[in-house]
Ligand binder design. Structure first.
Ligand code: DQA
Length: 154
């Protein structure tokens, strides 16, 4: 069984309260339950981690390299400027899928830059909570997918 980890960065613990136009009405807990349900359909075990602190996210990424087969990372606003998180993603040799609930390309100028995108396996952006579900499916593809339908290896 593949093990995956979802890392939510700053302010994502406020899902349900925070800016529903961009992030929907579901609570953080409800979204996490749905992510885990999607992962189980793919026969993955799935852990969830959230932190508002850059260093805690970096520590978790380091820890993940020996424990998990893949990571789904919504680094929140750190996406746009944290070279430290970027370097942590690059340093671990497991696939990391970048996720954003909102369409960051259609928002403020500063959100159009992702310093972590170049070191991620790929990105899922703009589908609300479904961005996480699609990222679970993306990891399924990265791990080999349906027989005969696998993605080319990076
Ligand atoms: C976000 C987009 C970021 O720009 C923002 O700072 C977030 C959430 C998203 O999921 O759309 O906190 O990563």
């Amino acid at each position: 069984m593949k093990r995956i980890l979802v890392i939510h960065g700053p302010n994502l613990n406020l899902l349900g309260d925070r800016d529903p136009e961009h992030y929907g009405n579901d609570t953080f807990e409800a979204v996490n339950n749905q992510i885990v349900a999607r992962a189980e359909r793919r026969d993955f075990s799935c852990d969830i981690f959230q932190s508002n602190f850059e260093g805690a996210i970096i520590d978790k990424l380091h820890e993940a390299r020996n424990v998990y087969d893949g990571v789904i990372l919504n680094a929140g606003a750190y996406t746009h400027y944290s070279y430290a998180i970027r370097d942590a993603v690059e340093a671990i040799k497991i696939p990391v899928i970048e996720v954003h609930m909102s369409n960051v390309a259609a928002r403020d100028e500063f959100r159009k830059t992702s310093v972590i995108a170049p070191v991620c396996r790929g990105s899922v952006i703009g589908f609300g909570k479904a961005s996480y579900f699609l990222a679970v499916d993306a990891l399924f593809e990265v791990f080999g997918g349906e027989e005969g339908w696998g993605l080319a290896k990076k």
